[in-house]
Design a protein around this ligand. Structure first.
Ligand code: PLP
Length: 398
């Protein structure tokens, strides 16, 4: 399939997407190729999605076999891959059920709805508030957007949903002045994936655990970007001692197919009635059949250990880089969701991603001044070092 240059310059896509973009043709392993045949080392993985890289026969076969049998049937019926995958997901923690969806935003919408339902049925009306944090990113649908307190994302779309309160991330002391019984939920990322890669402190996690328990508040960990091995533990919550009631997952869940999951505990599941929440496409047989293959690989303790080791190497490389250039700042994130602060003017910062692209490396931005690295988890140590060397060339030319 080919598209004309005119169409690339003026694509029939909404103007909220950047006007100049790369047209990717295919992927192999941890590399991508554009339509002109240029090869790129992928430090972005489709925004932390393609954990297993590209062109995997095992995923292709699982999807193909399932498509031949049944592609879609809706949630009026169950399918074996859906039920089997839900079983695997609930056994990853203290959960009793999984609501499948199609995107990260949708997983968080479900989490917010379940928390409000739980609060209404256990504490009564007027206990519906939700606490979120500055620089958080929970998605772009109305509920998730309301918990994403960045003016650029929110301002054009008000009014947002009522009852949302915002606090500073990692302000452990301030939490007890804010949270009380009137809150239904706290929604939080362990690492702020889009907001500069700040990582939750253990003391903040501990205080959230304590206060949510004390006031019967549902603690929602948005692990859409951090979940399933990316940070060197199955869930990033485990790395900081956070004990969420609900975990939301999406990005790597089905190897690049759209699938999300909202993992809920028995205390919520026991209160639900048929028809109160639902989905047409969520948890279809194809996405969950592929998800089962992905899950088996990503949850292998030896695989997770490797990610942890690769994360340590990446942090070492970035720290060394930071020591060599005065405009580079803190090394952020954890595991293979890492980043480095680049303290330059906006105009200079905006040259980094295109310059890396020209040199054959795809990287991401996080927040105002952080370059984010979220490669496929199957990347080798050598390729992490190679990518950092390309990044150094970019910094040298800034
Ligand atoms: N939550 C987090 C932490 C995310 O990083 C994202 C997307 O980047 C979302 C939610 C929203 O996911 P989606 O874009 O699939 O709706």
């Amino acid at each position: 399939m080919s598209i004309s240059d005119a169409m690339i310059k003026n694509p029939p896509l909404p103007k909220n997407f950047a006007p100049e973009f790369l047209v990717i043709d295919k992927g192999e392993g941890i590399h991508l190729f554009d339509t002109a045949g240029n090869k790129y080392l992928d430090f972005g993985a489709g925004i932390a999605v393609n954990a297993l890289g590209y062109g995997r026969e095992d995923l292709i076969q699982a999807g193909y076999n399932q498509m031949k049998k049944l592609i879609h049937i809706s949630n009026l019926y169950a399918t074996a891959p859906q039920v089997e995958f839900a079983g695997k997901l609930i056994s990853s923690g203290n959960f009793s059920a999984v609501h499948f969806g199609n995107s990260g935003s949708e997983a968080n919408e479900s989490a917010i709805k379940y928390a409000r339902l739980y609060s209404l049925r256990t504490k009564g009306p007027h206990h519906h508030k939700i606490l979120c944090f500055n620089n958080a990113f929970h998605g772009r649908t109305m509920g998730a957007l309301s918990c994403t307190p960045t003016p650029k994302y929110q301002d054009p779309f008000g009014p947002l949903i009522p009852g949302i309160v915002t606090a500073d991330f990692n302000d452990t002391k301030g939490l007890s002045d804010i949270l009380d019984e009137s809150f239904a939920a706290v929604i939080v990322e362990v690492i702020q994936g889009e907001g500069g890669l700040a990582r939750m402190t253990n003391s903040f996690a501990g205080e959230l655990n304590t206060l949510c328990k004390k006031h019967n508040i549902i603690l929602i960990a948005d692990e859409i970007q951090t979940g399933i091995a990316r940070t060197g533990t199955l869930y990033a919550s485990q790395g900081v001692g956070l004990n969420p009631d609900i975990i939301t997952l999406a990005k790597p869940l089905a190897g690049g197919l759209p699938l999300s999951a909202t993992l809920i505990p028995g205390k919520i599941n026991d209160l639900l009635h048929v028809g109160e929440h639902g989905t047409t496409f969520g948890g279809g047989p194809v996405t969950t059949a592929v998800g089962l293959v992905v899950w088996k690989i990503l949850t292998d303790p030896a695989f997770i250990k490797e990610v942890e080791k690769k994360g340590e190497l990446l942090a070492k490389e970035l720290t060394a880089l930071s020591g060599r250039y005065s405009f580079l700042g803190a090394v952020k994130g954890k595991g293979l969701l890492a980043g480095i602060e680049v303290n330059v003017e906006d105009e200079t910062f905006s040259k980094i991603i295109p310059s890396a692209m020209e040199k054959g490396l795809l990287v991401l931005r996080s927040g105002k001044n952080t370059i984010r690295i979220a490669p496929p988890l199957v990347i080798t140590q050598d390729d992490l070092v190679n990518g950092c060397a390309i990044l150094e060339q970019v910094f040298k030319e800034l």
